[in-house]
Structure formats: structure tokens, C-alpha cells
Design a protein around this ligand. Sequence first.
Ligand SMILES: NC(=O)c1ccc[n+]([C@@H]2O[C@H](COP(=O)([O-])OP(=O)(O)OC[C@H]3O[C@@H](n4cnc5c(N)ncnc54)[C@H](O)[C@@H]3O)[C@@H](O)[C@H]2O)c1
Length: 353
Amino acid sequence: MNIININTRESYDCIVGEGLISLVPSLINDLTINSNIALITDDIVDKLYADSLFNDLKKNRKLKTIKLVIKSGEKSKNKETLFNILEFLGDNNFNRSDYLISLGGGVVGDIVGLSSALYMRGINYIQIPTTLLSMVDSAIGGKTGIDLKSGKNLVGAFKEPKMVICDINIIKDLPSSIFKEGMAEVIKCDIIGNLGIKNNILNNEIKDNIESIINKCLYLKKDIVEKDEFETNGLRKVLNLGHTIAHSIEAISNYSISHGNAVGMGLLIESKISYELGIINKETLDEIINILKISNLIFDLKYDIDELISFMKNDKKNNDELISFILIESFGNIKEIKLNEKELKNILNKIMK
Ligand SMILES: NC(=O)c1ccc[n+]([C@@H]2O[C@H](COP(=O)([O-])OP(=O)(O)OC[C@H]3O[C@@H](n4cnc5c(N)ncnc54)[C@H](O)[C@@H]3O)[C@@H](O)[C@H]2O)c1
């Protein structure tokens, strides 16, 4: 078991290891001994893990343990689900000393995190991520949120969890379509931090090394969020690599393209933009395309470029007429570039034809 302390405004531990789901009652005992618990999950994870966790918690605790199941998928990350959760807490007389537990992927984690920021102006929560994507990225760092019709994550708050529990065995059992979505964020981390994961991908040894890969990504994110928790000094922006395009793809598809798949395509298109601007060399571009291909993250994408750009302009990271991109010089070296609409349109026309 590896314990990574995330030393932000409110410091907390992220525990990584095999078989941790069955240890949850004892891992959280000190934190929650005097608290009621609301376990919140989605309908897919409910059948896989939530039932037995719920029974374990009820068996081991004297105080109230309740469960709420939301519909799985990005389309649930909206104000209706958010208010269902808040009403559920109110109906059950939850107060500030109680705890929410989010059990699921990034969708459940983001919406439970936002509920915990809002309910009574702040209630505690614990993240138990069940997808590769949520383990390596969304469960730590304190960003929470929901989507609006006009764009991704446009309503949110910073709210750090009290603990994050990553059970590696859950990842070993993930369906391949969900595993590969997480690989998009893993590849993003590898490009940002030059973590050496590309060799694992090229040698087809991802699954054998998944625990160390998850740990590497978590240490990278820890390092970044500790230095720029609230995205004020520019450092945290690097985590948006691939995301300017990805968020537009998600919004334009009305969230039928998953976040992970959109990030994969975002990394591809933003690498190509880096190449068109002469920032990255051909060898590194080909290397990135190759690892995205091996990871099954490249697919046919035909969207109207004007529409893509109009969603990019709505993105909360763009606060002037220019559209911000995190672009790649090489593995471990990335930088922010701002493009105006005309420049971007020209480049996208070349890349996406
Ligand atoms: N807060 C942040 O810093 C941050 C960072 C990155 C991504 N995100 C957000 O995370 C979300 C994407 O997360 P995601 O990819 O985990 O999506 P998700 O939560 O929608 O999960 C993907 C699918 O996998 C299913 N699932 C979850 N665990 C499973 C398991 N163990 N076995 C089988 N199926 C399982 C879910 O029910 C869902 O259908 C997006 O909304 C994105 O915006 C947030």
C-alpha cells in the first residue's frame, strides 16, 4: 500500500494498493467515527462494487449509512443530478459533520465533490475512484463541477476530499473500452512529465505495470496542484494539455463522446497544431501518434470547424479573444500558446481535412 500525501490547503492522503475496497470501513474509521455517511455511486458501479461496500459500511458502523444511485454517464453531470443529491442529503438531515463518499468514475467524483462544496456551504467527502481516468486524474486536485449546455465544467468549485482510496484490483477488472479512456489522461501525464510510460505502451506492458503507472501520474498531479492549487500562477494549466479541443468535442457531440476519447483526439489534434506551428519535431509528433494509435484512441472525427471554435471560445480558460492551448515541444516540455480565431481556423482546416 502506498500513501501519497497531497499537501494543499487541506492536506489529505491518497492511498493506492490492491484490494482496498474491502478495507474501506477501517481506512475511513478515524475520519468518520462520529459521522453519518452517504454513499453515492452510479447504476453501473452500484451493481459491481457499491452493494457490498454499502453492506460492509452498515455492518461496521453504528451511525446512519445511506446510498444514492445516479444514472451513469456524462449526461448526468448536470444541475438536476446535483440538486437530487443535495435534496437527498437534506431529506436525511445531514449536517456538516457528516460525510459523502463518491464511488465511481470522474462523473460521480466531480458531482459529489461539487455537492460537498455546496451542501451547508461545505461538508466532507471521500473519493473512491473506479476508473483509470478518475484514479490518475480527477480524484485528486479538488476540482469539482457539472456541465452546462454551453460547455463543460462551467459550474464548479475547488473542494479537496478528505481521503482518496485507489483500489488497483478494480482497474485490473475494467472493461477495455473504459480502460483505454483512462489511457488518454495517462498519455497526457507522460507528455507533461516525461514519465517514461511511452516505453510501457510501446512494449505492450501497461497492464503489468499499472500500479506504478498510476502512482507516477498521481505524483505528477500532486506536484502540480501543490504548486498551483487554484490555477492562479499558470502552472496548473499544463494539465489542460489536449483539453481545449477535447472539451469542444464533448460539447459538440452533446456529450455522447466520452471525456477520455475526446482527450485522446485532443492530444492528437493539439500535437498536430504544435507541429504546424513548428514547436514540435516530426519524430516526436510521430511518436505521440503511435502511442495514441496503440492505445486505440484515434478515431474518425468530422466536425464543423466553426462550431468547434465557437465552443472553444466559451471555455472558461479563455478570458480574452484569443484561444489558449497547451502545446508540446517534447516529452517533459510544454508551453501555453494563444491563437486568434483566424490562425486557428487555418491550422484546423489543414489538420482536419
Ligand atoms: N475534476 C477533475 O480534475 C477532472 C479531471 C479529469 C476528468 N474529469 C471529469 O471526469 C469525467 C470522466 O471520468 P470517467 O472517464 O471516469 O467517466 P465516468 O465516470 O462517466 O465513467 C465512465 C463509465 O465507466 C463506468 N464505470 C465506472 N467504474 C467502472 C468499473 N470499475 N467497471 C466498469 N464500469 C465502470 C461508469 O458507470 C461510466 O459508464 C468527465 O466528466 C471529466 O470532465 C475531472
